[in-house]
Design a protein around this ligand. Structure first.
Ligand SMILES: Cc1cc2nc3c(=O)[nH]c(=O)nc-3n(C[C@H](O)[C@H](O)[C@H](O)COP(=O)(O)OP(=O)(O)OC[C@H]3O[C@@H](n4cnc5c(N)ncnc54)[C@H](O)[C@@H]3O)c2cc1C
Length: 392
């Protein structure tokens, strides 16, 4: 009889503890200071890289730890729980690292993966376009062949971390060699390529990671900028989901970390804040029950992302897709609920800068919108898990 193992292996528990120690050394104060002063998280990022935490999912022969998505997601969850939610981990090692590992040539792997693993190179990821939004089948950034080169034209929006990145993995469309039909194709675009420019999008969320609109005006790239084979039988979709499933798993883990951070703060406050005689506010069920409910929701969401990551690491991309979506939904919900409850537990202090929770209301909200919105996940589950008619 086979068993289901609900405990993490010893190595991952030790990995979590080591990340918690390192990220805790920097903590929320460091992230907030960088965000306030227009700084970046480079010191923390590079220390995470030097310790092997950013590249745990990258194969050992390319400078990584040889682990899987479950390890990388555990790293991000612990960093976020310690108050240092490293958004670019969702992008550089998870999306770009996975796509290059599984779909790149050996030469591309040797070129990009060691630097992604040690954090010395940051690769952003660009799929979203303003006129396509959630309907990424409608993206219009195109790649055309011109002799030995690819020429990319189009625009992207909301692309994170481009000011810190040396390259962006851009999702464009190219004509199928046989049918002429447009298919998704992935290109590594250096951020200093002629014709590539960016414009900052002012966001209400105060974070070191910034978002940008990108302009690709006839950006010329060598043939080996193309990662994967857009002419594959599935129309280039598989290689896209090799990156998008990790994105969702990491999004879920990040959200769980935000939720654990908020819950930790709220519980500490509920234990110590006393306004009625000598009982702390946490003695009142009106305060304790919402916190207990959040605890249950966090554990539900963690089980979902752990299952999604286990399926992904086992190579079951189809099942991983379903669970990555459900995990991402559950994570987005619990990060919002947990932060809201934590703010409320703190009363007026919840909205002060000092207690560091109000800004997280915006960060947590991101988990319901990106990388795929709550509604698009419900559309997916209704159609693929429940067999209902396609509604979009
Ligand atoms: C902080 C931040 C960082 C980001 N970083 C990146 C990045 O690094 N790279 C990148 O490529 N993108 C990035 N994005 C973009 C993100 O993935 C998109 O914002 C997200 O996919 C939603 O697209 P949209 O904003 O165009 O919303 P829209 O598609 O315009 O949707 C608006 C609303 O309508 C709902 N909706 C749309 N269609 C349907 C439907 N059929 N049924 C029901 N409801 C529907 C949506 O759920 C949403 O609530 C980032 C976004 C943010 C805010």
């Amino acid at each position: 009889m086979s068993t289901i193992d609900f405990t993490e292996p010893e190595e991952r528990v030790a990995l979590r503890e080591a990340v918690a120690r390192l990220a805790g050394k920097y903590g929320r104060e460091y992230i907030e200071k960088q965000a306030r002063e227009g700084g970046k998280t480079t010191d923390l990022w590079l220390e995470m890289g030097r310790n092997g935490f950013l590249g745990v999912n990258i194969p050992e022969e390319y400078g990584g730890g040889g682990g899987g998505m479950a390890d990388l997601a555990a790293v991000l969850e612990e960093a976020a729980t310690a108050g240092a939610p490293l958004l670019m981990m969702v992008v550089s090692p998870a999306i770009c690292g996975s796509i290059i590992t599984r779909c790149g040539t050996d030469e591309q792997r040797r070129r990009w993966l060691p630097a992604i693993a040690d954090g010395s190179l940051l690769m952003a990821f660009g799929i979203t376009e303003s006129d396509a939004g959630s309907n990424s089948h409608e993206i219009t950034t195109t790649a055309t062949r011109d002799g030995d080169e690819w020429v990319l034209s189009g625009q992207k929006t909301f692309i994170s971390g481009v000011d810190e990145a040396q390259a962006v993995l851009i999702v464009a469309r190219t004509a199928d060699a046989r049918t002429g039909k447009l298919k998704p194709a992935l290109f590594v675009v250096p951020t200093d390529a002629p014709g590539f420019s960016r414009q900052l999008i002012p966001m209400a969320w105060q974070a070191p990671e910034k978002q940008f609109t990108l302009f690709l005006d006839d950006v010329r790239l060598p043939t080996d900028a193309l990662v994967g084979d857009p002419d594959s039988a599935d129309g280039g979709l598989w290689q896209l989901f090799v990156g998008l499933n990790p994105e969702r798993i990491m999004g879920a883990a990040l959200s769980c970390g935000l939720a654990r951070y908020a819950l930790g703060k709220a519980v500490d406050y509920a234990r110590t804040r006393t306004v009625w005689k000598d009982q702390p506010i946490g003695a009142h069920q009106g305060i304790a029950h919402p916190l207990a409910k959040v605890k249950i929701e966090i554990e539900q969401a963690r089980l979902l992302w752990q299952k999604a990551a286990a399926l992904y690491d086992a190579g079951d991309d189809f099942a991983a897709g379903e669970y990555a979506n459900m995990a991402k939904y559950a994570g987005g919900e619990v990060s919002c609920n947990a932060t809201d409850v934590a703010v409320h537990t703190h009363g007026g202090n919840g909205l002060t800068v000092e207690y560091g929770l109000a800004n997280q209301l915006v960060a947590a909200r991101l988990g319901r919108i990106a990388p795929v919105s709550r509604e698009m996940i419900l559309n997916f589950v209704a159609m693929h898990s429940l067999g209902l008619p396609k509604s979009y």
